[in-house]
Design a protein around this ligand. Structure first.
Ligand SMILES: [Zn+2]
Length: 484
């Protein structure tokens, strides 16, 4: 086994090439030349994504949260109320020479030259990031008719949860706190989406909205469970901005993290990322500076992943949205968003962990990929946790002989029938078949040989150690399902 340090020598594009060749990720609309900011997941990528989403769902369901599913399109007035029409915009600059647009927040400034061609840049104003669409047929030519037909693709899944707040509160027997989760697509018309999975125009978010009485924000019932967790944090400017390692409890008690609820959910994000296999050494939490905070947030922390290619990049945001959203929708729609708590009526506050699933997939691919020399060959491996690998095991006949293939097919079908996702492969040498599976992260390879025909045992080869053990067919299932 080699250390993760080896991956540093890996060529930059190796992961992208592997992802494309092995069916994880494909440029969307490829046969028409593609379009920046759009990717499709191939058979293995789609499976990896589902498994991460399932882990996420399980994780927050254990918190007692329910999941809902709301629409991707909403009428204009929703985003007037939420502030997105007014404020969900990026500053852009344009190159005088090649006419490319760049996002100012990416570190490109008017004072610099074009990163593509070196030409001069000039300010190009503010661009709203929402995709506009039309709902139905506009009624006549009147202003109001046109306005009614105007819709937008959601830039976050959260709004659908806020809009259903009254019903969700009733569902929760009029009691706070409660949490609601949603996984789904969101859309942002990014100015310059040049970074593969990092900046997409259509992407998957997994968000939890936790509704809490503002007086209870420093009283999370399970704070004790997470308070000793050590976190690598970078406080905002007011706190000095130096990276430090602190326990969650210290960070909350000293006021760096604003309250227990926010702190609890920062710790939960850290726990989830560790659970799916993002190395802890590559994760830190950075507090937003005032000017980069979204229009709805009162405090916001990013979980950042240290990419070898892109540097520190946001993969999860944890925001204290205060009562911003519920108050805004209450005043624009006239709906009552308040909750009776003794002795008064209050508007709940919202704590929101918001995960970018595509970026997490990038982080997993990058951090789990390594190469090592085995004999004369280079072995490429995706060291993904077996809980999230697209394929749980591959079944091989040792040689290309009918009696071995028949037995291997039987074992394959038996495991598929037990809902274990296995693959069958009899093409090429056994060594090549192992390499193919290593490269896509399959944790186990099961080989059927002549001994199998005599005593019903198979060899199971483990991906990381390449060690082989002989196991009765009846016990294969248990070996594959044991959690690490
Ligand atoms: Zn240029």
């Amino acid at each position: 086994m080699t250390s993760a340090g080896n991956s540093k020598e890996v060529k930059k594009d190796e992961i992208a090439e592997l992802a494309r060749r092995r069916g994880f990720l494909w440029q969307a609309f490829e046969i028409y030349g593609g379009a920046a900011g759009f990717y499709d997941y191939g058979p293995l990528g789609a499976r990896l994504k589902r498994r991460i989403e399932e882990e996420w769902r399980d994780f927050y369901t254990r918190e007692g949260f329910y999941e809902i599913e709301t629409t991707n399109i909403a009428p204009r007035e929703i985003f007037e109320s939420s502030g997105h029409l007014e404020s969900f915009a990026d500053q852009a600059v344009v190159c005088n020479h090649c006419k490319n647009f760049f996002r100012v927040a990416e570190g490109v400034k008017v004072s610099e030259n074009c990163p593509e061609c070196g030409g001069e840049l000039e300010a190009a104003g503010e661009f709203n990031l929402m995709f506009q669409t039309r709902i139905g047929v506009p009624k006549g030519e009147s202003d109001s008719g046109v306005k009614k037909s105007e819709g937008y693709l959601r830039p976050e899944t959260a709004q659908g949860i806020f809009l259903n707040f009254q019903r969700l509160l009733r569902f929760n027997r009029d009691k706070l706190p409660f949490g609601i989760i949603q996984i789904g697509k969101a859309y942002r018309n990014e100015i310059s989406p040049r970074k593969s999975l990092i900046r997409l125009r259509e992407f998957t978010m997994a968000e939890a909205e936790v509704f809490v009485d503002p007086k209870e924000k420093n009283n999370h019932p399970r704070f004790e469970d997470v308070k000793d967790r050590m976190l690598r944090i970078v406080p905002g400017e007011d706190e000095g901005g130096e990276e430090e390692e602190e326990s969650l409890e210290e960070a909350v008690r000293s006021g760096i993290i604003a309250n227990e609820y926010l702190g609890y959910h920062i710790a939960k994000v850290d726990e989830f990322l560790e659970r799916i296999g993002i190395p802890r050494a590559k994760v830190r939490f950075r507090q937003h500076l005032r000017e980069e905070m979204a229009h709805y947030a009162t405090d916001c922390w990013d979980a950042e992943f240290l990419s070898e290619r892109y540097g520190w990049m946001e993969i999860v945001g944890v925001a204290d949205r205060g009562d911003y959203d519920l108050s805004a929708h209450a005043s624009f729609s006239n709906a009552d968003m308040s909750v009776h708590t003794e002795p008064e009526k209050i508007i709940p506050h919202v704590i929101e962990p918001s995960y970018g699933i595509d970026r997490i997939i990038y982080a997993l691919l990058e951090s789990s990929f390594y190469e090592e020399q085995v004999g004369k060959e280079k072995r490429k491996v995706l060291r993904l946790k077996s809980e999230i690998t697209p394929i749980k095991a591959a079944v091989f006949p040792l040689l290309n002989r009918d009696e071995l293939k028949k037995k291997a097919r039987e074992v394959f079908q038996k495991l598929r029938d037990a809902s274990i996702f296995v693959e069958y492969d009899d093409s090429g040498s056994i060594g090549r078949r192992y390499r193919r599976q290593d490269e896509i992260g399959t944790p186990y390879c099961i080989t059927i040989d002549y001994e199998t025909l005599e005593d019903n045992t198979v060899t199971i080869r483990e991906r990381d150690t390449m060690k082989q053990v002989r196991v009765p067919i009846a016990e294969v299932k248990d070996v594959l399902l044991k959690r690490e």
